[in-house]
Ligand binder design. Sequence first.
Ligand SMILES: C[S@@+](CC[C@H](N)C(=O)[O-])C[C@H]1O[C@@H](n2cnc3c(N)ncnc32)[C@H](O)[C@@H]1O
Length: 444
Amino acid sequence: MEFGTFVRNNRESKGVSLRVLAQRAEVNPAYLSRVEAGKVPPSDQLVARLATLLDCSEEELFLLAGKLPATIQEFVKREPYRAAMALTGVATMGVAEPTATYGDSSEQENLSVLGSIASGRPASKCREEHIGRSTVVHADCIEWLRQRSPNSIHAVVTDPPYGLREYNETEKAKLRAGKGGVWRIPPTFDGCRRMPVPRFTTLTKKEQLAMRAFFAEWASLLLRVLVPGGHVFVASNPLVSHLVYMPLMDAGFEKRGEIIRLVQTLRGGDRPKNAEGEFPDVTVMPRSAWEPWGLFRKPCDGLVQENLRKWHTGGLRRESAERPFTDVITCSPTRSTEREIANHPSLKPQSFVRQVVRAALPLAKGIVLDPFMGGGSTIAAAEFNGYESIGIEADPAYFDIAVKAIPRLATYVPGRNGDDGTDDDKPASARNGNGTSKQRSLFD
Ligand SMILES: C[S@@+](CC[C@H](N)C(=O)[O-])C[C@H]1O[C@@H](n2cnc3c(N)ncnc32)[C@H](O)[C@@H]1O
């Protein structure tokens, strides 16, 4: 119903004349008459007064007038992510979704996981441990970031839960039971067993919107806690990187490039499913051989050198006097020995994370944050580099794994500690006589 019609009907049902209502609302009767006729829009003040005089919900009346009530405006400003989630529950935010399956239980769970992430967990659930120079916290990072003081973190190195879906309770249960779900169990390759990898192509439009909204709030909170010139290294993959890169830039971060981790994976490269014989020369998607890490920076306070003096940030630590930090890093998949130390499905290898974490503090001063700590690889890498760090993890089981793993990962030496130097998933038969082998190319 139109706002004007609603007001007139309501007024007439109460037996109040237009002149009397105008008098009580302290407006000209001619103006009220034009509002009732839908010829002029009501002012916010008039809507609020009419709500009281006609004894109806102010929020409903504002919405009827095509305006956002002040309470909702405030909610959107304060908690844009939760507001977006609330709205996606009743509408698709204007995005066509021809194959929408809202009502599908797993999507509802994903959205409710997002909702609970947004609302945060009660402070009483937070557990904090100190390991060397690092502090690890069992908490929701959104909630933690909200409470953290501004300008108190110097760099962020993190690997977010892309899709967030892969870490909801149903998907984690499927992963732990080896049942697949969003965790694709890759086909064995040449007799080699591979670790499950999340299947990002299954994200619906609505989940992608929810992710963007989540990362938008996350990014604005990061911007607040980082000091000027602080860098963010964010792990990604070529299918979903835009869902976190755009929100970071929208929040005010500068894109400073991308670090390419050259790593052979078993993602993509398959022939059409159940039609492999029919299309032997076709690959549906390229076999992925790299992992992008977005590199962002909070704008500096003056020139880089001024920022370095004041905040100890603004640049990246060089590899050596001769060699700057470089944006392509060749790196094998996480070794089995590291996985035995930290049994997390997305554990990043120390050989890679140590290089990135080192570069993140140009003067080796400050605090590195990993808001999605997982098995603790970033925090261990910070320990290895002698840096102060903070890790946040929401899952209690992964938090416990990280607490135990960090000291061991920090002192982990590839090729020692019983590490035979082979891939985590390569069978003994694929190794050479002395139990070691160079990583074989999947494309050989
Ligand atoms: C991709 S994994 C990180 C893996 C990590 N880089 C490692 O090497 O072990 C993402 C982690 O974020 C956690 N997580 C998801 N949502 C979170 C939130 N809102 N706050 C904190 N941790 C969260 C998940 O439980 C998961 O362990």
